[in-house]
Design a protein around this ligand. Sequence first.
Ligand code: PMP
Length: 313
Amino acid sequence: MTVPGNPDRPTYAMLNGEVVPFSEARISIMAPGLTFAVTVFEGFRAYWNERDAQLYVFRMAEHLRRQAFSMALIELDAPPSEKEIAAQIIQILLANQIREDSYIRSQAYVDDWGDMTATGPVGSSVICRKRPRTGAFESGKHFATSSWRRNAEDASPPRIKATANYLNSRLAGLEAQHAGFGGAVILNRDGTVAEGPGGCIFLRRGETLITPGPTDGILESVTRDTLLRLARDNDIEVEVRSVGRTELYLADEAFYCGTGQELTPMLSVDRKPVGSGEPGPVTRLLQSLYDDVVRGRNERYADWLTPVWPDGA
Ligand code: PMP
């Protein structure tokens, strides 16, 4: 299932709508997608359900809608439709015989050779790879506030999933790593909490779960939306509003979330323990609710799951 020596690499990738060996999925070295980062992408997770012998892609429609918005904002000529990408995702999971928790990345870019305003020719690709849950789901991580500010809405809008935005994430991630932290909190220009390099932030103060809003410099995260819905459905009071840096120090608990890392408890921020310094009870409750939903153990949210195998695997 994988290329020897590269355990994460799938055998097949989807390139411009065709299944090809991963090693043959190539783009031009002068592609504006590379030279000027004219690329947008999406990251999805698929979860294996043992009982149903089925692989479920989580909230595929919402991720595809976000990719469509990202592609429209950077003005790609005739990019693949949501329906086409959806079919390609299923096809590549089947081609690689995926029957375990995995991650899918879909991307669209300007290929060949062109200047920074080139809108075509558009290339697209989809890959999938095995991706078990990270250990930090259980253990949590220590975070530090980054000295890098989140890229601004009026400069390089965080609302779209453009690869260009990940320079900012990389700088913050590297800084945190060099200082010995597991994660970064990135503030926006106003000095309030935006998000982390690859995920959104929630905190609890007393009875209330709080998360920054869509104008605070965040990607409109599917996981964040899922957790807001699960919290409300379970009578947890929720506030969406700007969050001051020092509120993280005052919080009773906090966590970081996104498709890839799911929910990561934030044990401390800037070496100050968050709450007890251990993963908090609401974090643990939401982790358990989330796990049931993504794995198809909660019928109420069955609409969020797209089965991959035609009649179970
Ligand atoms: N913010 C950033 C910068 C991200 O890269 C991600 C991961 N996609 C998220 C937030 C979380 O978004 P989602 O829950 O849709 O994966």
